[in-house]
Design a protein around this ligand. Structure first.
Ligand code: 13P
Length: 251
């Protein structure tokens, strides 16, 4: 039985003051919900603060991005061993905002995935299609190509220490959510592809859904057979919403 997981991706939001308040409320609100794994991904500068605030709780701390390089002259980048030094538990790689706004190709994402694992940090690999790709019937080809690029470099066994997130780009920050059936169809496809390579890895792989997850839709999404929780943007910035989303994994 796969454990459900809910991860908040705060993106470039928050201040030290807001984060302290948010985490205080979230940690208090999550008391008694131990069956779900919960994580938050603050902007880099707040990672030490968030680690400290989460120290007495079960909330895991992740980075939103990671460099594909181990060290060197890469101004502005943060390497996986540095995240490891801070005690960061996992890192998001290949978020569509990184792919679209910062030119991260499938190959770069695969390198980030491997750099992260090499430093002992579990990656959450994001895949997802744009609206025009969906309209053109390319969803399957796009998400599989994104997945295959990582498997080609890292091997399917690497997914024993990683998670996947299906985030349809058209549903991110738009208020439009994939229907539970649309999301399940892609999740089933992704798990099925991995099962073709390793039944065992596929059976244990957590595949999260991301894209306008809120309290009102989380229950229907998270009860789909291949949806193991959520990667939550906007709603993770509001303690009440985030707690309610996490509670939906208990169903
Ligand atoms: P929203 O929940 O704001 O749509 O963001 C989803 C996301 O990008 C999580 O990584």
């Amino acid at each position: 039985m796969r454990q459900k997981m809910v991860v908040g991706n705060w993106k470039m939001h928050g201040s030290a003051e807001q984060i302290q308040q948010l985490l205080r409320d979230v940690i208090r609100g999550l008391a008694g919900q131990e069956s779900t794994a919960v994580g938050v991904c603050p902007p880099y500068p707040y990672l030490p603060l968030v680690k400290q605030l989460c120290a007495e709780s079960d909330v895991k701390v992740g980075a939103q991005n990671v460099s594909r390089h181990e060290s060197g002259a890469f101004t502005g980048e943060v390497a996986a061993p540095m995240l490891s030094d801070l005690g960061v538990d996992f890192a998001i790689v290949g978020h569509s905002e990184r792919r679209e706004l910062y030119g991260e190709t499938n190959d770069i994402v695969a390198e980030k995935f491997m750099a992260s694992q090499a430093a002992g940090i579990n990656p959450i690999l994001c895949v997802g299609e744009t609206l025009s790709q969906r309209d053109d019937g390319e969803t399957e080809a796009v998400v599989l190509a994104q997945l295959q690029a990582v498997i080609a470099k890292a091997g399917v066994e690497a997914f024993g220490e990683a998670a996947l997130a299906y985030e349809p780009v058209w549903a991110i920050g738009t208020g439009k959510t994939a229907t539970p059936e649309q999301a399940q169809e892609v999740h089933r496809l992704l798990r099925g592809y991995i099962a073709g390579l390793s039944e065992d890895i596929a059976a244990n792989l957590q595949i999260l859904y991301g894209g306008s997850v809120k309290d009102s839709n989380a229950g229907a999404l998270f009860t789909q057979a291949d949806i193991d929780g959520g990667l939550v943007g906007g709603a993770s910035l509001q303690a009440e919403q985030f707690i309610a989303i996490c509670a939906n994994t208990e169903n």
